[in-house]
Design a protein around this ligand. Structure first.
Ligand SMILES: [Zn+2]
Length: 510
């Protein structure tokens, strides 16, 4: 919507053109050509139509900003010519190539026709020899009462334009801030409800003619508690309250994008380039298959398991799962070739020796990627076996010297309440090979517990009364609820930007 119309202060666009100040030495419209006789003949002061009466067509017309034409050389008459340096001294001066004459900008622009000195307004001044003489030239014109009057009118106009445009910028900025504050408050309400695994929507109350949902109620409560927000509410156009279910969905998706990109960034900045893919599936109450895809990686000496997506698919065959998995990785800029191991439950669609997902992924990537069946108690066996299978990662075995130093270092730091990886992380530069080996081993997953716990968020969100919820909205809410910590600390400005770019917005945010 038009901000100015909104404030009922629509201004004429023409007024914004003239920003050149009289004391400014900036010269416009530099030209490097000398006027030719033919170009001089084209414009004459008797032109009608677009040309204002008496003003040559190549200088500022009425209502237009001043034009000071700078040429390398000006035509000579009696060995004298116009000098472009004069523009610096006489801010009101204009030069017409057409007439090879000088004109006064404010006198032409602001004085009534009868009061004009014709030598500076219609015929032009061309007595170059005496141009700077105080008794005959520009200084004399500057002292004339009519010129002084014209100058003050010009000054006044410039003043008016600059204040009105700065007022406009100020109003515009203030309004943008208000809109952002408003949409951010909506985002915060949604953020709070999602993090606490609460329903946004409720039942439609016929008598009240509106929905009785937590989102609506919490937003109203926030407005009541926040006078600032309450005031802003009065500026929000009725057709863009941004509280509809569609907008809620878009805000959920914006938050999902912001949180997910922070996860992907962390994965791509992990201590070693390797990651473990973890995948598990479950049915929701709508009988939709939900596939949770998580990534295990070591970052800053800590092993993380982050949820990447919750997806649904109609087909439940290994080929579909494989494609969905690899596509999800590439879509999120995670390089599948850095997959160190895969971790699934024991379902044959995943683990089938001939054509399960694990085998298919190995075939697609053209190398062995140890598949780990999710059983915690097999941990030891798994680590021993997988490391022996990992010929592709060509990890360096630390030197005897490094091992002995590491041993001594670890024993000195043994009483700390930290795991070995964290202790080693602090010395990752010194014990490079050892740290990489440890971080890689820690990256190998041995449980899909993270995927399973995702499904407890899903159960909470997917309550009976919300069976009508679309999968995208539900998956987004599960994702955000599961990645609570990141959702809580998500950069609201980034969410706002993503939201703003998602569709054409009725209310302007940036
Ligand atoms: Zn003048």
């Amino acid at each position: 919507m038009d901000i100015r119309a909104f404030f009922g202060k629509k201004r004429k666009v023409e007024e914004k053109i003239d920003h050149e100040e009289p004391h400014c030495s900036k010269q416009v419209e530099a030209q490097n050509t000398i006027a030719t006789p033919s170009s001089m003949a084209t414009g004459s002061s008797t032109h009608v139509g677009n040309v204002s009466y008496g003003i040559p067509s190549d200088i500022a017309q009425i209502g237009k900003p001043i034009k000071q034409v700078v040429l390398d050389t000006y035509p000579k008459q009696h060995n004298r010519a116009f000098v472009s340096d004069w523009f610096k001294r006489y801010k009101w001066l204009q030069y017409s190539i057409e007439k090879d004459a000088a004109f006064c900008y404010p006198c032409q622009q602001f004085l009534p026709h009868g009061s004009k000195q014709t030598s500076y307004t219609s015929t032009g001044f061309r007595n170059w020899k005496n141009a700077t003489y105080s008794k005959t030239g520009f200084p004399k014109h500057e002292k004339s009462i009519s010129h002084i009057q014209a100058m003050s009118m010009w000054q006044e106009k410039l003043q008016r334009i600059s204040t009105s445009s700065s007022v406009e910028t100020m109003i515009h900025q203030k309004l943008l801030e208000k809109y952002r504050y408003y949409v951010k408050s909506i985002i915060e309400v949604i953020q709070f409800l999602i993090v606490n695994e609460l329903a946004l929507r409720g039942n439609y109350i016929l008598e009240e003619g509106k929905e009785q949902g937590l989102f609506q109620n919490l937003f109203e409560y926030t407005c009541m508690k926040d006078p600032n927000l309450n005031e802003i509410l009065t500026h929000i156009p009725q057709n863009a309250t941004y509280r509809s279910p569609e907008i809620q969905n878009q805000i959920v998706q914006s938050m999902v994008q912001a949180v997910r990109s922070s996860i992907v960034k962390a994965i791509n900045e992990s201590d070693v380039k390797w990651f473990t893919l973890m995948e598990d599936g479950t049915r929701d109450k709508n009988n939709r298959e939900n596939i949770a895809l998580a990534i295990r990686y070591a970052k800053d000496g800590v092993v993380n398991e982050s949820l990447l997506v919750v997806k649904t698919t109609e087909n439940l065959d290994a080929a579909t799962f494989t494609e969905l998995t690899l596509n999800t990785l590439t879509e999120n800029n995670i390089d599948p070739s850095c997959m160190l191991s895969q971790c699934y439950d024991g379902a044959s669609v995943m683990s089938g020796k001939v054509s399960g997902v694990a085998t298919r992924i190995e075939n697609k990537l053209g190398r062995k990627i140890p598949y780990v069946h999710c059983y915690n108690h097999r941990l030891h066996l798994i680590v021993v076996r997988t490391i022996s299978e990992m010929t592709f990662i060509s990890l360096k075995i630390p030197s005897r010297e490094e091992v002995s130093v590491v041993k001594a270092y670890l024993s000195r730091n043994a009483d700390k309440m930290e795991n070995t990886l964290q202790v080693l992380y602090r010395q990752r530069e010194a014990f490079k090979d050892t740290y990489e080996l440890f971080a890689s081993v820690a990256t190998i997953g041995c449980s899909t517990a993270v995927c399973e716990s995702t499904f407890s968020s899903l159960t909470a969100i997917n309550r009976l009364q919300r069976l009508s919820m679309g999968h995208e909205r539900m998956a987004g809410m599960v994702f955000l609820a599961f990645e609570k910590k990141r959702t809580k600390s998500v950069d609201l400005n980034e969410v706002l930007r993503i939201f703003n770019n998602m569709a054409n917005r009725r209310i302007q945010l940036f």
